[in-house]
Ligand binder design. Structure first.
Ligand code: BES
Ligand code: MN
Ligand code: ZN
Length: 491
């Protein structure tokens, strides 16, 4: 979808659909201008009560003239819409628009003031909603989905003084949406297609397209690096593991990089500690951390900010087999610390700990790992907030702010050393599971033992990376949060 700005008078702007705001029952300035041109048709429709006051209600009118269709959109009853009301109204408007035959549209919704949010934000929210509604995953169907995807072009009506700011936001939104589409596709692809090798090929393709260095370490190299924890997870699978390193170099070599580490379990059966059959299909999403790293790299590389960013992706399958790791096996991680694998289903932390040790060589400014790590995090936070774990108040504020800004929120959880006790093992330096209590926290505590060399945060996205039920599919979260975070680090 093509995005642009329009500064012409609303009533004279030729378009397939003019999207006009109604706030507290009153038409916006653009709506009044179009109304005057049409001899009061809009005012008459409102007087008849054809547009419910509820935010997100829409009404289509055919008025003739240069505007093929007019869509009235209610932004609610208050004097100004909240961020949420504005976002939901924009979504509703775009959904209505997609069901029409309009080839293009101009939205004047940005005229409406939203508490503390500027014109750029108002355009970005609409652009991202348009891209999200336009997303389809029909690659695995024998027939393409031909249901309407909305118009090919969407313009944002604004004043001349707002053009520069809005254009910049639209560029960011497009790059972000492209990164989110990549993450979503990878998440939605089944485990028999999106394998470790497929993730590695995707990274290489991304590298070629955007001029990023991509290195893929094979099992032999992982053995040489003594990544015993990662290899212990991979050893049950017929598919070879990969360790993917992607470098975006936007700043000088002296500037310490941000490192993102994404969990890339392309299918998690649980291993010998096998999971129950119900909903096990959803464990194809266990590489959504990895997908979010690639999606963020794509968005960032397209925007070319002055920052250094490295993506690390340890990726393999977690399968039960005659060569799989047994409960009770003791493995030696790359850090030298030994681990008793009490539960082979706690595999995410095993592949991440070696990646976190590998990250040390980059002398990072900050490391953030992203993982569908624990069911316990879903129990604790549900599906709205990702879990955030860090000892750094500064990093916590940065990530929380980035999430809030992009409607991709995370919530800080405790990481106190008291929780470390539950990882005690009689036979190794640590076990790979604590008890049932505080499962998301003890998982983070495990990772903390491998992150002493730098500033680090962990995002548990088990509850936010995908939706279950009728709308089953990847959410592309937390690509918006991560992209905002990385852009915020640019000089
Ligand atoms: N990938 C799962 C976590 C998960 C579970 C994400 C459900 C989303 C929904 C992870 O590898 C796992 O199996 N974790 C175990 C850890 C336990 C054995 C300590 C869990 O959460 O049950
Ligand atoms: Mn597991
Ligand atoms: Zn897992």
């Amino acid at each position: 979808m093509q995005f642009s700005t329009k500064t012409s008078a609303p009533e004279k702007t030729k378009t397939g659909c003019a999207i006009l705001a109604v706030q507290g029952g009153k038409p916006s300035a653009a709506a009044r201008a179009v109304d005057a041109m049409s001899g009061g048709a809009i005012a008459a429709a409102l007087a008849r009560g054809d547009l419910p006051a509820k935010a997100g209600s829409t009404l289509l009118l055919g008025l003739g003239g240069p505007i093929e269709r007019v869509m009235l959109v209610s932004l609610g009853d208050e004097s100004a819409p909240s961020e949420k009301a504005f976002t939901e109204s924009a979504r509703a408007a775009l959904r209505t628009l997609a069901a029409t035959g309009a080839k293009d549209a101009v939205s004047w919704l940005g005229e409406v003031a939203v508490n503390g949010r500027d014109a750029g934000w108002r355009a970005r929210v609409q652009a991202l909603a348009a891209r999200e509604l336009g997303y389809r995953f029909d690659r695995m169907k024998s027939k393409r989905d031909t249901s309407p995807r909305g118009p090919g072009a969407l313009a944002f009506g604004c004043e001349r003084a707002q053009v520069a700011a809005i254009t910049a936001e639209l560029k960011t939104a497009t790059a972000l949406a492209d990164g989110m589409d990549l993450a979503r596709d990878l998440g939605n692809l089944p485990g028999n297609v999106c394998t470790p090798a497929y993730l590695a090929d995707t990274a290489k393709k991304l590298g070629r397209e955007f001029g990023m260095k991509v290195e893929v370490l094979e099992r032999k190299q992982m053995e040489a690096l003594k990544m015993g924890a990662l290899l212990a997870v991979a050893q049950g699978s017929a598919l070879p593991p990969k360790f993917i390193v992607v470098r975006y170099e936007g700043a000088g070599p002296k500037q310490a990089p941000v490192v993102l580490v994404g969990k890339g379990i392309t299918f998690d059966t649980g291993g010998i500690s096998i999971k129950p059959a119900g909903e096990m299909d959803e464990m194809k999403f266990d590489m959504c951390g990895a997908a979010s790293v690639l999606g963020t790299l794509r968005a960032v590389a397209a925007l070319a900010p002055k920052v250094n960013l490295i993506g690390l992706i340890p990726t393999c399958e977690n399968m039960p087999s005659g060569t799989a790791t047994r409960p009770g096996d003791v493995v030696t991680s790359m850090s030298g610390q030994t681990i008793e694998v009490l539960n082979t289903d706690a595999e995410g932390r095993l592949i991440l700990c070696d990646a976190l040790t590998y990250a040390e060589r980059f002398k990072p400014a900050a490391v953030v790992d992203i993982a569908t790590l624990t069911g316990a995090c879903v129990v604790a936070l549900g599906h709205h907030h990702s879990g955030l774990f860090t000892k750094s108040d500064a990093l916590a504020a940065e990530l929380t702010g980035a999430g809030r800004d992009m409607a991709d929120p995370c919530w800080r959880m405790p990481l106190d050393d008291e929780y470390q006790d539950s990882l005690k093992s009689n036979f190794a330096d640590m076990g790979n599971v604590g008890g049932r209590a505080g499962g998301a926290i003890t998982a983070a505590c495990f990772l903390a033992r491998y992150t002493k060399a730098y500033e680090w945060a962990h995002l548990d996205i088990a509850g936010t990376a995908w939706k279950s039920g009728a709308a089953k599919g990847s959410s592309a979260r937390p690509v918006p949060l991560l992209t905002r975070f990385v852009l915020g680090r640019a000089g």
